[in-house]
Write a protein that binds this ligand. Structure first.
Ligand code: NDP
Length: 485
């Protein structure tokens, strides 16, 4: 792989920016454990420079028409697509996800977001409201101001684009902090945006750990914080933002149910279970990790799933034949292995996998548990690794009640050939994003986000515009002003 690395740690005001005062931030390739780059975290001076740049760029950027802003975003989408291979290689280096995945899922979906919101930008407008006596009102859709984006480590390019594209389309500026674990891709995106014609300061990237994220999201210059991360971090960031009355979007964790009825197409359901549990080594927020399978199909489902796991090609993610890579870090693998041990200790049946794989890198075998009961730890907590749990159920009402018996509410799915039942079940699911007879498809046209502890707000689709803009209402009097005295 020959993907170029970022020329410096941070990207501020349209240029690369180094910060010798920051702490070292080693970047480890998850497949070998080797350090491939060492960046630095942002010192307070660098954070300030980024926020100042974003604030200074705001008047000029918001004054442009939506069409002008949109043209730049669409140009960036084209550049991102042109550089798909280099960006995919970098994403693989950053996250350990197989190149087979990153070539189609990461920069590609980022480009989709830039293109979509580039088009949406041109159509942003307010409304005209007729009022009694010939008076009228109009609304103006205004940007919020400087937005902060905080990213998780599983989809660094996609997460940055899902936040930046609607934010910039609406006329906001942004300071983005990637996860400390995967800092390589986002500054490259910033460089591409500059090349596409984005004015300096509109999109800035600073590196750092949680303390940098906390300092950014509480800064008085910031109007909105959009976090993709875990529920515990979400609680902290939401509380801090609420204290200062900032807008938020919270894309948090999940423990989503996939309900498979006896009449489902077995192969489709198994394929969806594979995508929804083992793609990206299971490190996807919306994964359908609780597989509720009706008793008549249960054993065949478990058998077929185990059979299909033999097709996993585990190995170096740079090899395009590999379809199952390492976990992002030793720490994340240890968390997943810890859950496997807990599952066994609490009496679940480990049907296959679940062991660490010897050698360099942070590999583990994909795991399937059966005979799982709802009270077990592996049934309740987000694992964020390649560990699927299968449950048996008898009736639709039972499946729905058990599926909803969780504090999470990110996603859910139903597999059945019965059309009425499919719609009845998704109507009853307490989840922000649902699928019927498929799983984990998240096109940019479709709003995405969670309910309950899984989050607040929506990304993607026209819904995202509501979360990156605010309406100003203007009353226009066409008559004289009456007063009581
Ligand atoms: P974390 O919550 O640990 O981190 C998310 C981001 O917040 C990181 O950039 C992190 O920095 C930063 N951060 C940490 N502490 C603070 C703080 N106090 N104030 C401000 N920022 C802070 O999540 P992970 O990176 O571990 O990602 C995995 C989680 O993300 C899972 O729960 C997963 O479900 C969720 N996720 C949700 C998605 C969704 O769209 N709903 C999509 C993808 C993942 P640093 O990394 O440097 O600590």
């Amino acid at each position: 792989m020959t993907a170029p690395l970022p020329k410096a740690s941070h990207y501020i005001n349209g240029a690369w920016h180094d910060d010798p005062a920051g702490d070292p931030l080693p970047v480890v390739f998850p497949a070998t454990g080797e350090t491939v780059a060492t960046l630095t975290t942002a010192s307070p001076a660098t954070r300030d420079a980024a926020l100042d740049a974003a604030r200074a760029a705001l008047p000029g950027w918001r004054a442009m028409t939506g069409s002008e802003r949109g043209r730049i975003l669409r140009r960036a989408a084209d550049l991102l697509r042109d550089r798909n291979r280099a960006m995919s290689e970098l994403e693989t280096l950053d996250t350990g996800k197989p190149l087979q995945e990153t070539l189609v899922a990461d920069a590609a979906s980022g480009a989709d977001a830039l293109e979509y919101f580039g088009a949406v930008a041109a159509g942003l407008s307010g409304e005209h409201i007729p009022l009694p006596g010939g008076d009228w009102a109009y609304t103006v859709r205004e940007p919020l101001g400087v937005c902060v984006g905080l990213g998780a480590w599983n989809y660094p390019t996609q997460i940055a684009c899902w936040k930046a594209a609607p934010a910039l389309a609406c006329g906001n500026t942004m300071v983005f902090k990637p996860s400390e674990t995967t800092p390589l891709c986002t500054p490259m995106l910033a460089e591409i945006l500059t090349e596409a014609g984005l004015p300096p300061g509109v999109f800035n990237v600073v590196q750092g750990r949680g303390d940098v994220g906390a300092a950014l999201s509480t800064d008085p210059r910031v109007a909105k914080v959009s976090l993709t991360g875990s529920v515990p971090t979400g609680r902290k960031v939401y509380a801090a933002a609420g204290e200062r009355m900032k807008h938020v979007t919270m894309e948090l964790g999940g423990k989503s149910p996939m309900i498979v009825f006896d009449d489902a197409d077995l192969d489709d359901a198994v394929s969806a279970a594979i995508n929804g549990n083992f793609y990206s080594s299971g490190q996807i927020c919306s994964n359908g990790t609780r597989l509720f399978v009706q008793s008549g199909l249960h054993d065949a489902f478990v058998d077929r799933l185990c059979e299909r796991l033999k097709g996993a090609v585990i190995g170096d993610p740079r090899n395009e034949a590999t379809n199952f890579g390492p976990m992002v870090s030793a720490a994340q693998r240890d968390i997943a292995l810890g859950y496997v041990a807990k599952g066994i200790a609490e009496g679940a049946r480990l049907v296959t996998g679940g062991a660490a794989i010897d050698g360099p890198g942070f590999f583990m075998q994909p795991a399937i548990f059966a005979d799982v009961t709802d009270d077990m730890t592996i049934a309740r907590e987000e694992i964020f690794g390649p560990v699927a749990t299968v449950f048996s159920f008898e009736t639709e009402a039972e499946a729905l009640a058990r599926a909803n018996a969780t504090a999470f509410g990110l996603a859910g799915a139903v597999f059945t050939r019965d059309l009425a039942r499919a719609h009845r079940v998704v109507a009853g699911l307490e989840a922000g994003t649902c699928w019927i007879n498929t799983y984990n498809l998240t096109p940019v046209e479709m709003p995405f986000g969670g309910v309950k502890d899984s989050g607040v707000g929506r990304e993607n689709g026209s819904a995202a515009i509501e979360h990156y803009s605010q309406l100003k209402s203007v009353y226009v009097a066409m008559n004289g002003v009456e007063a009581p005295f």
